[in-house]
Design a protein around this ligand. Structure first.
Ligand code: SF4
Ligand code: SF4
Length: 418
């Protein structure tokens, strides 16, 4: 048995880089990561914080864990939103999010099980090419129906009809989640208001595959290579993603793969540039006191902190108040890394915690440019019964640019379209 454990530990070690094996030994056991970890804040088990996970992984690699310790580690590795807070505060600068993802991959290859819910989700993404198990043919319907309902200034054209300098990548959630399709519609409308010549892939748009990487699926490199080939072949000057998860995938994950450096911007970066160039007239006052939630994928993982704040600062009448935990120290809503699939109750508690932090600012709304964070924060509002409004950044901007287009109006129009 001990020999088997050592062999299995060796297989896991073979799936980690030299740097990651050194990181396992380099942990100073100082515990700085504990107090900052948003899952540990909600569930104070040593195994769940970065120090505990590193202990478990080190033991697994050495083949020295008891059966009980091994099952505790296997559970805790997936109870992590890969938010990256432990990396920011770690005095040794261990690249924890990358380590967790690589460990999930290495464990899968060595034959260890992952949570059944994640296995099902991964199979669904690969089968349907989206996270919603919907036909790809439906992927561009939001644009057609929004145009028919009079929500856009012009029809959104498909790339296959005629390419454009800019590709707007709406992502699975913006394209297919009825509660979040307003993000895609408002993105398109704001780009049109600024006179940007863009097209979408519609039914040809693939899932960005980033969730495969987050959950350690071993087909990620091949799946990503297909997307890189497709996107490179389009020859777009700029690819604009409105989803923080897609952005991290297309901009960050792909850049580590051969040929994967693509001209990708997050929508907030594009909007920031358009506002600075005077191309997006913010005509209407938005008399709201708001605070801002940094999505992990956009903030800590991609270092985009200033652009969304500049966009909010440009909105007339808006009063901005910063959260106590903001920027690199922003606490996570719990939606990343497959955590919600592994432990839904934990995500809800994390969302609730973030909502209470936002309430303490005295703001009436918490704004974020990530639709996945919108969902996670809305779960927090339900948990707490908070009167706080969760707003996507697009909604705030639309109030300043085209206040007649609201998320509710978009949802009703798209639902009426069948
Ligand atoms: S990545 Fe975030 S959730 Fe995971 S252990 Fe680190 S701080 Fe905790
Ligand atoms: S902060 Fe870094 S060095 Fe300290 S216990 Fe956590 S992972 Fe280890």
């Amino acid at each position: 048995m001990a020999q088997d454990d050592k062999a299995q530990g060796g297989r896991v070690a073979a799936g980690l880089s030299w740097r990651q094996l050194i990181e396992l030994e380099a942990c100073a056991r100082c515990g700085e990561c504990k107090g900052w970890c948003p899952v540990y804040t909600q569930d104070a088990r040593e195994a769940i914080c970065a120090r505990g996970k590193l202990d478990g992984l080190r033991g697994l690699v050495r083949g020295s864990l008891s059966e009980g310790e091994r099952s505790v580690f296997l559970e805790s590795l997936y109870e992590c939103s890969a938010c990256g807070q432990c990396h920011v505060v770690c005095p040794v600068r261990i690249d924890t999010p990358e380590l967790w993802e690589q460990a999930r991959l290495a464990l899968g290859r060595a034959g260890f099980p992952r949570p059944e819910s994640q296995t099902r989700a991964l199979a669904g993404i690969k089968r349907h090419n989206n996270s919603y198990a919907k036909p790809q043919a439906e992927r561009g319907l939001w644009a057609e129906r929004a145009w028919q309902a009079g929500l856009l200034l012009a029809p959104v054209r498909l790339w296959r009809e005629r390419p454009a300098p800019v590709l707007y990548f709406a992502g699975c959630t913006g394209s297919l989640d009825p509660a979040m399709q307003f993000v895609a519609v408002l993105s398109a409308r704001l780009l049109q208001e600024a006179g940007v010549d863009f097209a979408i892939l519609g039914p040809d748009e693939p899932c960005c595959a980033s969730k495969l990487r987050r959950m350690g699926d071993e087909t990620f490199p091949q799946e990503a290579a297909q997307r890189i080939e497709l996107l490179r072949g389009l020859g777009a000057e700029t690819i604009v993603a409105s989803c923080a998860g897609c952005f991290k995938g297309l901009h960050g994950d792909f850049a580590r793969l051969p040929g994967g450096v693509l001209p990708v911007l997050h929508l907030t970066q594009m909007l920031d540039r358009l506002i600075a160039a005077g191309r997006l007239p913010l005509r209407h006052a938005v008399p709201l006191r708001v605070t801002y939630h940094d999505p992990c994928h956009l903030g800590r993982h991609s270092q985009i902190y200033e652009e969304p704040r500049r966009v909010l600062a440009a909105v007339p009448g808006l009063e901005f108040v910063e959260l106590a935990r903001a920027g690199a120290f922003s606490s996570c809503c719990g939606m990343g890394g497959g955590l919600k699939l592994a432990n839904e109750g934990l995500q809800h508690r994390m969302g609730a915690h973030r909502i209470r932090e936002a309430e303490a600012t005295g703001a009436s709304a918490i704004v974020t440019p990530c639709q996945t964070c919108c969902i996670g924060l809305a779960n927090g509002v339900k948990e707490t019964g908070s009167p706080l409004r969760v707003m996507h950044l697009n909604e705030v901007l639309a109030r300043a640019v085209c206040p007649e287009i609201t998320p509710e109006k978009v949802a009703a129009a798209l639902a009426a379209g069948g």
